[in-house]
Ligand binder design. Structure first.
Ligand code: NAD
Length: 373
């Protein structure tokens, strides 16, 4: 089992912590860790050694299973032995080159984005562990950039009104944003197209904006939203326009898996925001919920700060890696027999997230989907 250094120079996370290494050693695995792999996440080589792992310089040619955060580059996959397995957030949508290489090299691959959202998979849900961090950090970024307080304060100089935060999308990141903004004392309003989240929003102290009533209501499947119709989105933008006039902060988290994120704040709607307001767009890599946000950049638009927050889990690398490593360990423990990984393509968990196996792609629907942005 290999825990490698990640290939992307701006990726500080690592696919396994010393705690993960110890768990896997306990399951009979030989755990190889590339030296320096955990440094940017706060784990030293010595920490891994003490957990029972073996430190190596380059482990790609010597492992049966490689654990990674992002998809490994082609050179690394080429070095892996035929029949071995690669597991990570492989970003498979429309990535035919990756799938062709995995098939040609007869590598099995598990893409964690494709795990079903079922109870049995909760401990393995890497999308959730990372989205939670993104929702939390988005609010902290907004609070730091905002020109006013979040909480209501009674001071000798008079009363300060609480900040008003609008959260778009109440999935994992959105709900964490609601909880964090509430802890900081803001008044929080939330828009989502799944009426089922109303109760969750209210239990966190947020106020739910009922979806606009148009004939064709958006559907959902497996807990995810499906793309809303153009008519619905137009009605929703009209509803949000009024909210923008009242908001100090907007946290954008609305997404539809595999598709372009819904555009909920148009260029014209940005005019409704007051100078000093802050928008943090977590959907920016998927096309953005807000017009004019750019991945990785903060733009000042007529005094409104537009933050294209593309990689927030990377800004909390210690906990992002700890939790991601636990997600992977929970998945692996289901299929390890005396240190050997036995993948059954018919298993309900693997059926969805097994991307390639034995030279065949198991998710043509995903790979043939055109990339949305
Ligand atoms: P996501 O990142 O795909 O989407 C974020 C949110 O955006 C969703 O709540 C979605 O309804 C919303 N959205 C889509 N279009 C919108 C629009 N036009 N306007 C406003 N909001 C819009 O979702 P996610 O955070 O990954 O979670 C999706 C669901 O899966 C949630 O209900 C979550 O509780 C559930 N979940 C279940 C499990 C499990 O049981 N294992 C684990 C994690 C999440």
């Amino acid at each position: 089992m290999l825990i490698p250094r990640e290939g992307r120079p701006d990726e500080p996370r690592v696919a396994g912590s010393p705690e993960t290494a110890r768990r896997l050693v306990g399951k009979g695995c030989v755990v190889l860790v590339e030296s320096g792999a955990g440094r940017a996440s706060g784990f030293s080589d010595q920490d891994y050694r003490q957990a029972g792992a073996e430190l190596v310089e380059d482990g790609w040619g010597h492992c049966h299973v490689a654990l990674c955060v992002g998809a490994p580059d082609p050179g690394r996959l080429e070095a892996m032995a035929t029949g071995s397995t690669v597991i990570g957030l492989l970003a498979p949508y429309g990535n035919q080159a990756l799938v062709q290489q995995l098939n040609r090299r007869k590598l099995s691959s598990l893409s964690l984005e494709l795990l079903p959202r079922i109870s049995r998979a909760q401990a393995m849900d890497a999308l959730s562990s990372q989205a939670n961090i993104a929702g939390y950090k988005a609010v902290l970024l907004a609070a730091a950039a905002l020109d006013r307080y979040f909480p209501m304060l009674m001071t000798a100089a008079g009363t300060v009104q609480p900040a008003r935060v609008l959260v778009l999308g109440a999935g994992v990141a959105g709900l964490q944003a609601v909880a964090t903004a509430r802890r900081l004392g803001a008044v929080v309003h939330v828009s989502d197209i799944r009426p089922a989240v109303k109760e969750q929003v209210e239990s966190l102290g947020g106020r739910f904006l009922a979806p606009p009533q148009v004939t064709e209501q958006p559907a959902e499947s497996g807990g995810y939203a499906k793309q809303a119709s153009d008519a619905f989105l137009a009605a929703q933008r009209r509803q949000l326009s009024d909210q923008l006039g009242l908001a100090d902060v907007v946290i954008c988290t609305a997404q539809v898996p595999g598709l372009r994120a819904p555009l909920l704040i148009s260029e014209a709607m940005l005019e409704r925001l007051r100078p000093g307001a802050v928008v943090v767009d977590l959907a920016v890599n998927e096309g953005g919920n807000c017009a004019a946000t750019v991945p990785g950049q903060t733009i000042d638009r007529k005094g409104v700060k537009l933050i294209g927050a593309s990689d927030l889990p990377c800004t909390v690398p210690y906990h992002a890696s700890c939790l991601y490593g636990r997600n992977l360990a929970a998945l692996l423990e289901q299929y390890l027999q005396d240190g050997v990984l036995e993948l059954d393509p018919q298993d309900p968990l693997l059926k969805d997230c097994l991307l390639t196996h034995g030279g065949q792609c198991h998710r043509d629907d995903i790979v043939n989907a055109s990339r949305c942005v």
